[in-house]
Design a protein around this ligand. Structure first.
Ligand code: PHE
Length: 454
């Protein structure tokens, strides 16, 4: 370990084991699980998508999370500094560049959707203007996103909260936050799942999510499932490496990686169980896109007792879940700016906020005034999502895994991955992880790219 590193100097470690888990799970669980997973599954054939997704989480997700953790904790530096310290020259250090780019782009579109949670929180108070019809809720969503000032105010409000938390640093900000919010989110999701099981479309919804029609698996579906894996696990852009640079030496990396992946997948499946019965009960299109959850949930809330209360609670939690994710995205570039440009945390946050705000404004306006501007047939909002999830994150993941699998000294890897650090024999799970990092992950990602993008 490096004792004169910036993190060690400012003593910014996560305080407790629970804090580490809560922060990594907090990063992973967010709009990606509750908003994006259901619509990606809806767009890509439901259960078939879910099965490919789970395969990727196990075969690629967990090993790449471990690889990121190793890079971060063994160097205790930001993503660019970490690769430098590990003597990773070009092209191994590519993930530093793609990761930083991704961290800005992702904030641009993610904060727009996170801003929607603020608007829906406000709508919850008004009981959605008394509307219960799905079609009208659909129009109401359009009316909101197509009004530039409304969507801008919500996005900017979200960014403000995000940067305030980030500027307070690791311990105070992130840890306290995640410890309380995550368990609460799971409890409320469970309550909604149970409610959904009693809806008239429950059977259809569950079979859409769980009985696969494998003929629906196309290269495009596989690419989307891989993109969703990276997006949902926050892996491939240095977020987890950055967090791991704040772990102490006792944090068990493989266990933390597994707990993160499993919890994240459970939350995504719960979100699916909550959404799809409602989709089929209320005649909503499963392919509705990012708006899906924002149309489905109010339709549920308007039909249950104390709906306004449930709705308020739900959107508060969704807001919090988004925030714990954006905090982690922002940390990639913030720690980079602090350490590489030698700026104070406050100044780094300001620089970051300026760049992200410009991108977020463009994304927010791509539902209204900028909706006509399309690149490769996509609005700026959709393009950012596509670029980050389907290209930058998997590409970063490919290089991270190949680097750790092929180039990193095995001694470093073993010391980081074995909790005691020095058992005589290499534990079996480490061999499996190394096997995936060397062969499975890079080859899979490469093939999916070739077939999915052509
Ligand atoms: N995993 C987060 C989610 O599911 C999104 C995220 C991606 C967070 C990349 C950090 C880095 O919402």
């Amino acid at each position: 370990m490096n004792n004169d590193s910036p993190q060690a100097a400012s003593n910014q470690f996560f305080k407790t084991r629970l804090g580490v888990i809560a922060a990594t799970v907090g990063s992973a669980v967010g709009l990606g699980n509750i908003g994006r997973f259901p619509y990606e599954a809806g767009n890509n054939g439901g259960a078939a998508f879910l099965f490919v997704y789970i395969f990727f989480v196990v075969a690629i997700g967990i090993p790449v999370i471990c690889a990121e953790f190793v890079i971060g904790r063994s160097t205790r530096r930001n993503i660019a500094g970490a690769f430098r310290e590990l003597h990773a020259g070009f092209p191994w250090n590519l993930p530093a560049g793609t990761g930083l780019l991704a961290s800005f782009l992702i904030m641009g579109f993610y904060s727009v959707v996170a801003g929607w949670t603020i608007y829906y929180l406000y709508e919850s108070f008004s009981g959605f203007g008394g509307i219960a019809e799905t079609a009208q809720l659909h129009e109401r969503f359009d009316a909101f996103t197509q009004t530039p000032w409304k969507s801008l105010v919500c996005t900017l409000l979200f960014l403000l909260v995000n940067f305030l938390v980030i500027s307070r640093g690791i311990r105070n900000g992130i840890e306290k936050f995640s410890n309380i919010m995550m368990p609460l989110l799971v409890v409320i999701l469970l309550a909604f799942c149970i409610n959904s099981l009693f809806l008239p479309g429950a059977k259809e919804g569950l079979s859409f999510l769980f009985s696969p029609d494998f003929s629906k698996i196309t290269p495009g579906v596989v690419l989307s499932a891989m993109g969703q894996t990276f997006f949902s696990l926050s892996v491939g852009m240095g977020t987890l490496a950055t967090y791991a640079s704040y772990f102490n030496d006792r944090t068990a990396l493989v266990r933390t990686a597994s707990v993160t992946a499993v919890s994240d997948t459970i939350v995504a499946i719960l979100a699916g169980i909550m959404i799809f019965p409602a989709v089929f009960s209320f005649g909503i299109q499963p392919e509705a896109g990012p708006r899906l959850v924002f149309e489905v949930l109010p339709s549920i809330f308007m039909k249950i007792p104390l709906g306004a209360l449930w709705s308020t609670l739900f959107f508060i939690l969704l807001f919090m879940a988004s925030l714990t994710s954006t905090i982690s995205m922002t940390e990639v570039s913030t720690s980079y700016i602090i350490q590489e440009w030698k700026l104070s945390r406050k100044k780094a946050v300001v620089v970051n906020a300026i760049i992200v705000t410009v991108l977020a404004v463009i994304c927010a306006l791509s539902f209204s005034v900028l909706s006509g501007i399309k690149i490769a047939g996509m609005t700026f909002f959709n393009l950012s999502d596509f670029l980050v999830s389907n290209i930058l994150m998997p590409l970063g993941g490919m290089f991270i895994s190949a680097f750790v699998g092929w180039r990193l000294e095995r001694r470093v890897l073993r010391r980081q991955l074995t909790p005691e650090g020095h058992s005589a024999r290499t534990p079996r799970y480490i061999s499996l992880i190394v096997f995936s990092l060397k062969y499975v992950t890079p080859v899979c990602i490469f093939l999916v790219f070739i077939f999915g993008l052509l």
